[in-house]
Write a protein that binds this ligand. Structure first.
Ligand code: FDA
Ligand code: NAD
Length: 425
């Protein structure tokens, strides 16, 4: 027994919501599209989980942040899918896939077949159990990837004031969750192995600015080490985090953000895999022509740099989903995807954006003490290939994006020109 659809989107996250919007915009018929998601709710804007959702006051809750509200489109609640003739299968995990037979099997044993599939399975968090950390199964260890994790973390943060939290990891989740824990009046210590936060993107000078701001809010940093074990209480909760050097950090709550892995497992051995993701071409076609892949799970050609990358950011998830749908419905008239990498974060009253590639020499400009500063990355050909700005206006950010796209030659006085180099380009 099974059902057959013309189009199937596997995964119900950010990319799936934007794919659905594009399918409807381009006029597919009722009953042609099925979206399969193991989550209990319709696709939503995942970035809200580490920002508005965790606030102590005025927190956002669904249905407020279903896709595609982040870019000013319609809010696609469950009824929207029904009204548009889309089969939205929630709480449904796909357990096996056969791309030759164009068939998926769900955990209940149902078979779903398709003519064309978009894989939008995103990524899963790395869990400390995978590193063999003793006590990693304690009940007050929180991760953050989906709405259930966010609800669990909100619950775990109560009663807030006076609670001691240890945050493991100095990346996006570590930084954004720490800000949320501070807003909820918890006493936070961050632990990470690198010499500074956001090591994949920030230089030591950029990181220093954010670490100083966090310190002013009472955050403590333990850098250059990792945790070795959790000390548990008789109730099964973590009582303390034990670091490799033997330091003991008392904890009422632990938040872990130590990276993610793309959800490729269903397709290994069936589709080409590269850079930890499903390899696609510039139209998001995988090595099997009836299967496309988008968002966090896709390793795609970045035309600007002539290489293959997998990006774990929402702007790409949205754009790649729309691009794939366009390619499926319009065929070769769809241009090649030409993406400018774009990352951003907002914490406290701070807000930064990054465009392009953080390779080569980094030139800082601006005044950190006034909260507005930036950086340019210059490659070996003396071209400005990456731009970063904290505290800019939307016009400033547009100008910084333009620089990263155009890749102009770097003048010798770039640091003095600062932002005006971008705004006058
Ligand atoms: P996404 O993870 O959104 O969706 C994958 C979906 O597939 C999920 O619904 C999952 O349950 C489902 N699925 C997987 N396997 C399945 C199976 N076998 N069967 C059924 N369903 C399956 N980015 C950014 O640029 N700025 C930001 O501020 C933030 N903030 C942020 C906060 C938090 C808390 C997180 C976790 C992430 C961010 N991100 C971000 C990253 C951004 O959210 C991410 O890049 C996109 O959600 C990726 O969209 P996808 O649709 O590819 O995966
Ligand atoms: P990340 O890759 O940003 O950071 C992982 C961090 O884990 C590293 O910086 C490192 O400090 C730390 N780490 C690794 N091994 C460790 C260990 N053994 N002990 C302690 N620390 C260790 O990943 P993340 O922060 O987990 O974020 C997960 C995903 O969510 C990413 O894809 C990210 O892009 C996405 N996200 C993005 C945003 C944003 O774009 N603003 C916000 C939140 C989440």
């Amino acid at each position: 027994m099974g059902r057959a659809f013309k189009f199937v989107v596997l995964g119900g996250g950010n990319a799936a919501g934007y794919a659905a919007h594009e399918f409807i915009k381009r006029g597919i018929g009722p009953g042609e599209l099925c979206i399969i998601s193991e989550e209990p709710v319709a696709p939503y804007e995942r970035p809200a989980l580490s920002k508005g959702y965790l606030l102590p006051e005025g927190a956002v809750r669904l249905p407020a942040f279903h896709t595609c509200v982040a870019i000013g489109h319609e809010r696609q609640v469950r009824a929207w899918y029904q009204d548009h003739g889309i089969e939205l299968l929630l709480n449904t995990r796909v357990t096996s896939a056969d791309v030759k037979k164009r068939a998926l099997t769900t955990q209940s044993g149902e078979t779903i077949t398709y003519k064309t599939m978009i894989v939008a399975t995103g990524a899963r968090v790395l869990r400390l159990e995978e590193f063999g950390v003793t006590g990693a199964d304690a009940s007050n260890i929180c991760y953050l990837r989906d709405i259930r994790d966010a609800a669990f973390l909100v619950d775990a943060m109560r009663p807030g004031q006076g609670m001691k939290a240890v945050v493991i990891g100095g990346g996006y989740i570590g930084m954004e969750c720490t800000a949320a824990l501070v807003a909820n009046k918890l006493d936070v210590t961050m632990v990470y192995p690198e010499p500074h936060c956001m090591a994949r993107l920030f230089t030591p000078e950029i990181a220093q600015f954010y670490e100083d701001r966090y310190r002013k809010k009472g955050v403590k940093f333990v850098k250059g080490t990792v945790m070795a074990a959790f000390e548990k209480s008789s109730s099964g909760k973590v009582a303390a985090v034990i670091l490799k050097d033997g330091t003991r950090l008392p904890a009422d709550l632990v938040v872990v953000g130590v990276g993610i892995r793309a959800n490729t497992a269903l397709f290994e051995g069936q589709l080409a895999i590269e850079k930890g993701g499903i390899k696609v071409d510039s139209k998001f076609r995988t090595s099997v022509s009836t299967v496309y892949a988008v968002g966090d799970v896709a390793a795609f050609p970045v035309k600007l740099y002539g290489d293959i990358r997998r990006l774990e950011h929402v702007d790409h998830a949205r754009k790649s989903a729309r691009h794939a749908v366009s390619a499926i419905l319009s065929g070769d008239t769809t241009k090649d995807y030409d993406y400018l990498p774009f990352f951003y974060s907002r914490v406290f009253n701070l807000s930064w954006q990054f465009y392009g590639d953080n390779v080569g020499k980094c030139v800082l400009f601006g005044d950190q003490s006034r909260g507005k500063f930036g950086a340019y990355w210059i490659d070996e050909r003396n071209a400005v290939v990456g731009t970063f700005l904290e505290g800019g206006s939307s016009e400033d950010y547009t100008a910084m994006a333009r620089v990263a796209r155009v890749r102009p030659e770097a003048p010798p006085d770039l640091a003095d020109l600062g932002l005006s180099f971008a705004t006058k380009l």
